[in-house]
Design a protein around this ligand. Structure first.
Ligand code: CP3
Length: 345
């Protein structure tokens, strides 16, 4: 099916665009009362993720209600460890929780990598097909997965953490086990992303949310090495790598076989451009907290970011997911400001 709006794909490939495309990480979620209404009729987050009709419905909501230039499939990065053998619960107001975690070789029995990914994650693939059918080519659909390092963090730590010290401990205490686990996650992730593309994802993004807690050398060994494998395996559609907090790894990241690099708000776009060069698209990076300001402030800060672009190879987004208590009207101001901005560089 041909797309009526393919701006984000052209921006990713470095082709000509008439304006910057814009979407938000976590756009399908609690900021929208319409999302909360769908969610409240179900037992919880997981039922929503695992029911393709409902997942497709909330995936399309931000396209209808916020006018974004792309949809992102409603799911979670944690469906991958679950498919491998570690199931999770999403605890209200607390976040994810895994009953079992991996600490020694015996835990590898919960890290299977020889299984039919299309079968175990069929509910995500079905949601992708349904979403595209209902979108009818209005905007592209983004597929995604967590990066091996970030998934490893949850499989070892079992829950969210500020330091993920259990996960980092294994890198020193048992590096060969860490590599075995990362290798298995990488294998499943490649199969999973390819299955999403076959189901209809037009672009894929890999979220390395905990990249920033590793030093540069460690991230090269336990993070980038596996992102390299993934980006080389995915040639069918553009791929975005978002290594949150990994400023010092930007030069290395920009040598990987990807089209787009996601940035958090800790760096100015013009500085990032100098490190990355002209050969990659940059995505981001407004501080999500800007959206707590007045409409005027949101518009001004958004323009200030857009003014710092020195090339047209950009996809506009926040520097991380939108916070759940943000007023959707502030999001609309952000999006409108981007859409009205004229590209001069
Ligand atoms: O709109 C979108 O971006 C698509 C959906 C999406 C979700 N999670 C839905 C979700 C995406 C892309 C993710 C990715 C994800 N999940 C990441 C990587 C991006 C990031 O934020 O760094 C991570 C680390 C997770 C793991 C996860 N899922 C956590 C830590 C939490 C709890 C924190 C929270 O926001 O509540 C989740 C839950 C989650 N995933 C929600 C949503 C909409 C909230 C659950 C709810 O509706 O109650």
């Amino acid at each position: 099916m041909s797309l009526q709006n393919d701006l984000i794909l052209r921006a990713a490939r470095g082709e000509q665009i008439e304006r910057y495309p814009v979407w938000l990480m976590r756009q399908a979620g609690r900021i929208l009362p319409e999302y909360r209404a769908v969610r409240s009729k179900l037992s919880g987050f997981k039922e929503l993720v695992e029911t393709p009709e409902r997942a497709a419905e909330v995936t399309i909501q931000p396209v209808d209600l916020l006018d974004v230039d792309a949809a992102i499939i409603f799911s979670d990065i944690l469906v991958v460890p679950e498919a491998m053998g570690l199931s999770y619960e999403m605890v209200e107001k607390k976040g994810p929780w895994f009953e079992k975690t991996i600490h020694d070789e015996s835990g590898l029995k919960w890290a299977e990598s020889d299984f039919d990914v299309e079968d175990r994650l069929s509910y995500v693939l079905e949601a992708i097909k349904l979403t595209n059918r209902e979108l009818n080519g209005r905007v592209p659909l983004i597929g995604f997965a967590g990066a091996p390092w970030t998934i490893f963090c949850y499989m070892v730590e079992g829950k969210g953490s500020k330091t993920f010290s259990e996960a980092r401990k294994m890198l020193y205490a048992n590096p060969s086990l860490a590599h075995e686990l990362l290798k298995r996650i990488t294998k499943v992730t490649i199969q999973y992303l390819k299955a999403q593309i076959r189901a209809g994802a037009h672009l894929v993004q890999v979220f390395d949310s905990w990249a920033g807690i590793l030093g540069t050398e460690q991230y090269a060994e336990f993070g980038l090495r596996y992102l390299k494998e993934i980006s080389e395996a995915i040639q069918e559609v553009p791929i975005t790598l978002f290594s949150k907090g990994a400023i010092t790894s930007l030069p290395a990241l920009s040598k990987l076989d990807c089209q787009t690099i996601g940035l958090d708000w800790n760096m100015h776009m013009d500085e990032a451009r100098k490190l990355v060069g002209e050969g990659r698209t940059l995505q981001g990076n407004l501080d999500p907290c800007v959206l707590y300001g007045s409409h005027e402030l949101v518009a001004n800060e958004t323009k200030r970011m857009l003014d710092s672009f020195t090339s047209s190879r950009h996809i506009v987004n926040l520097g991380h997911g939108v916070y759940p208590d943000i007023d959707p009207d502030k999001v609309r101001t952000f999006i409108k400001t981007v859409k009205e901005y004229e590209i001069t560089s």
